[in-house]
Design a protein around this ligand. Structure first.
Ligand code: UDP
Ligand code: MG
Length: 325
């Protein structure tokens, strides 16, 4: 078994060539301040198409504490984080975005809270600089919706920027699902959790890799993997439409019995349309869950690794053949 170090910092990176040098400098400084030399930096290259991997290789040549993991393609942010978690060997593990929107300098405050006995210290955004109204509004809506729909209490306005104790990471690594919504899973595993507040900075360079459709897909991932409320909603919806149809039937019967009942077309067509749309919607929701069951049932790994630079030789999971179990 490989020996543990005091701290692992996991940074998923997708086309982050431009921010790497400053990221490396600031993270190194923050780690030195927090634990001296006993840390490792795990940079996960999530199938970048720019010079990210070349940049990482160059950095690794100068820094023995840097371990770079090259995934075989772009698997997505959450899978890259999962890869980092699986390979980390720190007693404490920090998750951090590569674009420096999360200030590494917050590490000190997070370590203090953990010293005080907490197992998870997540960074909660007090403000979000440089993000448009639309992103803020959809993010706010998403967190509130998720909180209402799921049984687990996922803290609002937090990303994946957080410090976790080894026991928590081991618990996360043991969860078998392939669709991984990491911050939800962290909430699910429990332990003693607390927040530190911070102001989210602007992205240093490049564009957000979370355009609207990707955010929407993360939201669907999050909701369907943590809640079956949408399924239950179908039943409620069915009940409501049934009541409505009863009323309409009474109306239709009364008009047939006491009035000249030619006025049927409008109500008929509305009922047909209404029921049709409710059924389609319900099928869609069921389909979402069935699809998810199908994908999970294939039990494919969340990611595959092409190469690890400066890997710990005896860390399980660094050889492609044994990436999972
Ligand atoms: N990222 C990744 N794979 C992806 C998309 C993003 O590893 O397919 C990384 C990205 O490099 C960054 C982090 O995930 O370090 C968060 O992405 P981004 O900054 O684009 O998201 P936002 O901050 O806009 O929510
Ligand atoms: Mg970002």
């Amino acid at each position: 078994m490989a020996s543990l170090c005091k701290l692992s910092v996991i940074v998923p990176s997708y086309n982050e060539e431009a921010s790497l040098p400053e990221l490396h400098r600031r993270v190194t400084a923050a780690c030195e301040r927090a634990v001296g030399g006993d840390y490792e930096l795990l940079l996960v290259n999530d199938g970048s198409t720019d010079g990210t991997w070349a940049g990482l290789t160059a950095l690794a040549a100068r820094d023995a504490r840097l371990r770079c993991i090259d995934l075989t393609r772009n698997y997505g942010h959450q899978s890259a984080v999962t890869a980092g978690l699986a390979l980390s060997r720190g007693e404490r593990v920090l998750l951090l975005d590569a674009d420096l929107q999360d200030p590494p300098e917050l590490l000190g405050a997070m370590m203090e809270k953990m010293d005080a006995g907490f197992d998870v210290v997540y960074a909660q955004r007090r403000s979000r600089e440089g993000e448009g109204f639309f992103k803020k509004a959809t993010a706010a809506l998403f967190y509130r919706l998720l909180r209402r729909l799921s049984d687990v209490d996922i803290p609002q306005d937090t990303g994946d920027f957080r410090l976790m104790r080894r026991t928590v990471v081991v618990a996360l690594n043991a969860l078998p699902e392939q669709h991984r919504f990491v911050r939800g899973m962290v909430a699910w595993v429990g332990f003693r959790q607390t927040a530190v507040l911070y102001d989210r900075e602007k992205r240093r360079s490049g564009q957000s890799h979370y355009p609207f459709w990707k955010m929407a897909s993360l939201a669907v991932d999050a909701i369907t993997s943590f809640s079956i409320v949408p399924l239950r909603l179908i039943v409620t919806l069915a009940g409501l439409t049934f009541l409505l149809s009863l009323l309409l039937m009474v109306y239709a019967f009364v008009s047939w019995a006491f009035f000249q009942a030619v006025a049927g077309w409008t109500s008929l067509i509305s009922v047909v349309l209404f029921l049709g749309s409710v059924q389609l919607l319900s099928l869609g929701i069921i389909g979402e869950y069935v699809g998810r069951t199908f994908i999970e049932s294939k039990r494919r790994p969340t990611y595959l690794i092409r190469e690890v630079l400066q890997a710990e030789p005896d860390i399980p999971g660094t050889r492609p053949a044994e990436i999972r179990e």
